[in-house]
Structures are given as structure tokens and as C-alpha cells.
Ligand binder design. Structure first.
Ligand SMILES: *Cc1c(COP(=O)(O)O)cnc(C)c1O
Length: 384
């Protein structure tokens, strides 16, 4: 089979798609029912079971999951939502899209890249309605502190668990601590379906609202109408079409079943990296709990030019990435919310120094050691 990126010796990300997925997709195509149907329902049940909860709602992206969370909680104009700036822009975007104000919080430190509960506390106002905690690279945000703040101030907690499927903290799955948990199955995520996502919610009524909003708040689905011969439906609210395809759900079921094996391989690669890297900071290096090992981030020392380091790695055929350019520094957010912008010292200090190294189950330990050696060497020659 041809590689997705033939120019790279070691790609930044890859997935574990193989024959079982190809067979499952072929089976969907032969069935000729392509939109959400029985496989989607099975995927929801299996995903819920893998997270120790009753039910889940499958959607067609992690962004859709977050948007449905914001809609279900009724967040809108006049409301403030505290989000980490050092994250993918989706949670800020869906907040702003609904007319609510994203308020950007800093992260804890150079070694813990999750939202800082102390900064969240400092940002709470009478208009705060929700907090978004993101599990960076699969490492849990401080859920005890965030739950405590949410309870104390009567605000909602949304978990952006895009990096963290089936990760457990004190025997409870990430994505089930807050009111709503959102997952992504984008092509580079640990469970990859191309585009896809999942929503978990504590309150069954909230989950039901999310399920109906996913499909225009129709009281009966097309799948059901075709099966039962029933023709009419009512619309009892607003909604969107955020349904996944049956193809994606068939993929997702197999990817979910492969997750445990994928995690072992990723943990071995991370251990290899940590043993060999020299002269860079390694966020979460001391973390001993469960994680999805979604990303292998490093922090370059001050004064090192990240683009030069990336150039040296590229020259060696090694693809890298950056997670994340801070959202509060993007032009849209600067221009729209800049007037009350405060500086986020930890995030801003990390912005130019974070680098994500290749990490996926198709790499070998030797690959990880080669990346580490190439990075170490480039730092020695690149330091000014
Ligand atoms: C990938 C990702 C999203 C968005 O998911 P999509 O499926 O790409 O829409 C949101 N938040 C984080 C942290 C992500 O990594």
C-alpha cells in the first residue's frame, strides 16, 4: 500500500487503518445505507461502554460535538466561556459563533499544558456560564479543581477530550467528569475515521437534546421512517445536520477496538523519546497516571529558532508540527476581543518554543530514537 506522504521518512501522524476497516467499509457500501444507521448506533453503544456510561451521541466532527455542547447549554450573547488559549481553536470558535464571549485562560506551566485552575478562578465574573477543560495530548486537565470551581460558581464544565478517548482518572473516564464531554475522530486522532466525533453527557435529558439537535430536532429519523413506514415528523426545536456517516461509524468501531493496542505502542515510543531526548523540556514527563499518548510535545530552550530546528528535522525526512498557536493571538480573536485582552505569560512564553514530534503506531522505537538524536544534534549546532 502506498504511504500517505511519500516524501517523509517519518511522518508526524498516521493511523492504524488496515484490512478489518477496509472490510467493514466495503460491507457498508454493499449494504447501500450510507448515512447514520445501525452501525452508528452500535458505535455509540460501544463508545459509551468504553467510557463506563450508558449512552453517547456520534457526530461528524469534534467541532460539531463542541458546537452541540454550547447549543445544549444555551450559551449565547452576554455569556462568557472560559477556554484555554493553548488549544485547538474549535472551542473558542463555537463559543463566539453562538454570540457568547470566549475568555482565554493560561495553562499551568511548561510541564503541565492544561488550563490553569487558578487563572480560571481569576477570570470568573457574574457572566461566566461555562469552563472548557482540554486534556492536552491525552493528559488530564485538573478535573478536581475544575469541578470544584464549576460547582462553587454554578457554571458548567465542558471537557474537550479530543485527545483522550478511553483515558481513566481515578477509575472514571475523561469526558464524563464535566457536564458534557466532546471527542474527535479526525484523521490524526487516536481513533481515526477521517471526520467524526462523539458527545457524552451526564444528564440523559441533555444527551437527548444533543441527539435531536444533531438532526434538526426532527422527532423521527429518516432511518426510522424507512424502517417503520411511518411518514410524518415534527420539529420541536432548532438543529443542524451533524450526523456521521455509516462508513465513518463502521471505521470507528474497529478503531475503538484497536485503541488499547495502539496505546501500548505509543507508550513505548514515548518512553524511548524520554530516554533519549537531551536539552529540551518534556511536558508531562513526570505524569504517572493514564494518558492517551496522543502527542509527543517538547519545549525548546529560549533563544533557539524553532523554524531552524524544524528545518533540520525536515531535511532528515522527519515531519513535525506545533500544538498549538495560542488562540488569543489569532487575528480574529485579537481584533474582536482584543480590547479586554490580557497577557497569558505561560502560554505566550511557550508559543514560540513548543514542538510536536512524530508519534503513531506505525513508527518503530528506532524511528523515535532517530528523531530524538536528530533533534539533539540540531540543538547543539543551532544554539546561539
Ligand atoms: C481535533 C480537535 C478538535 C476538533 O475536532 P475536529 O474533529 O477536527 O473538528 C477540538 N479540540 C481539540 C483539542 C482537537 O485536537
Amino acid at each position: 500500500m502506498s504511504s500517505p506522504a511519500p516524501d517523509w521518512k517519518i511522518t508526524f501522524a498516521d493511523n492504524t487503518i488496515g484490512e478489518p476497516e477496509i472490510e467493514a467499509v466495503t460491507e457498508v457500501l454493499r449494504s447501500r445505507w450510507l448515512s447514520a444507521g445501525p452501525r452508528t448506533r452500535e458505535f455509540e453503544r460501544e463508545f459509551a461502554a468504553a467510557h463506563g456510561v450508558e449512552d453517547a451521541v456520534a457526530v461528524n466532527s469534534g467541532t460539531a460535538a463542541l458546537h452541540l455542547a454550547v447549543l445544549a447549554l444555551g450559551l449565547g450573547p452576554g455569556d462568557e466561556v472560559i477556554v484555554p488559549s493553548l488549544s485547538f481553536v474549535a472551542s473558542a470558535a463555537v463559543t463566539a459563533l453562538q454570540g457568547a464571549t470566549p475568555v482565554f485562560a493560561d495553562v499551568r506551566s511548561e510541564v503541565d499544558l492544561t488550563i490553569d485552575p487558578a487563572d480560571v478562578c481569576a477570570l470568573i465574573t457574574p457572566r461566566t456560564r461555562a469552563i472548557v477543560g482540554m486534556h492536552y495530548g491525552g493528559y488530564p486537565a485538573d478535573l478536581v479543581a475544575l469541578q470544584e470551581i464549576a460547582r462553587e460558581h454554578g457554571v458548567r464544565l465542558i471537557e474537550d477530550a479530543a485527545h483522550a478517548p478511553a483515558v481513566f482518572e481515578r477509575e472514571q473516564a475523561l469526558g464524563t467528569f464535566g457536564d458534557i464531554g466532546c471527542f474527535s475522530f479526525f484523521a490524526t486522532k487516536n481513533v481515526a475515521t477521517g471526520e467524526g466525533g462523539m458527545v457524552l453527557a451526564k444528564d440523559p435529558e441533555l444527551l437527548d437534546r444533543i441527539r435531536r439537535t444533531r438532526a434538526h430536532s426532527l422527532t423521527s429519523s429518516t432511518w426510522r421512517r424507512l424502517r417503520t413506514g411511518q411518514s410524518g415528523y415534527d420539529v420541536d426545536g432548532l438543529g443542524l445536520n451533524y450526523r456521521p456517516t455509516e462508513i465513518g461509524s463502521a471505521l470507528g468501531r474497529i478503531q475503538l477496538a484497536k485503541l488499547a493496542e495502539d496505546r501500548v505502542l505509543r507508550s513505548e515510543l514515548v518512553a524511548a523519546y524520554r530516554s533519549r531526548l537531551d536539552g529540551v523540556g518534556v511536558p508531562f514527563a513526570e505524569w504517572t497516571g493514564d494518558t492517551a499518548y496522543h502527542l509527543m510535545m517538547v519545549t525548546l530552550p529560549e533563544g533557539v529558532d524553532r523554524e531552524e530546528v524544524r528545518g533540520a528535522l525536515t531535511a532528515a525526512g522527519i515531519q513535525t508540527s506545533v500544538h498549538y498557536p495560542p488562540s488569543h493571538l489569532f487575528s480574529y480573536y485579537r481584533e474582536r476581543y482584543g480590547s479586554d485582552r490580557r497577557s497569558l505569560p505561560v502560554t505566550e512564553s511557550l508559543a514560540e518554543r513548543l514542538l510536536s514530534l512524530p508519534l503513531h503506531a506505525r513508527m518503530s522505537t528506532e524511528d523515535a530514537l532517530l528523531v530524538a538524536d536528530t533533534l539533539n544534534t540540531s540543538l547543539l549546532s543551532g544554539r546561539r
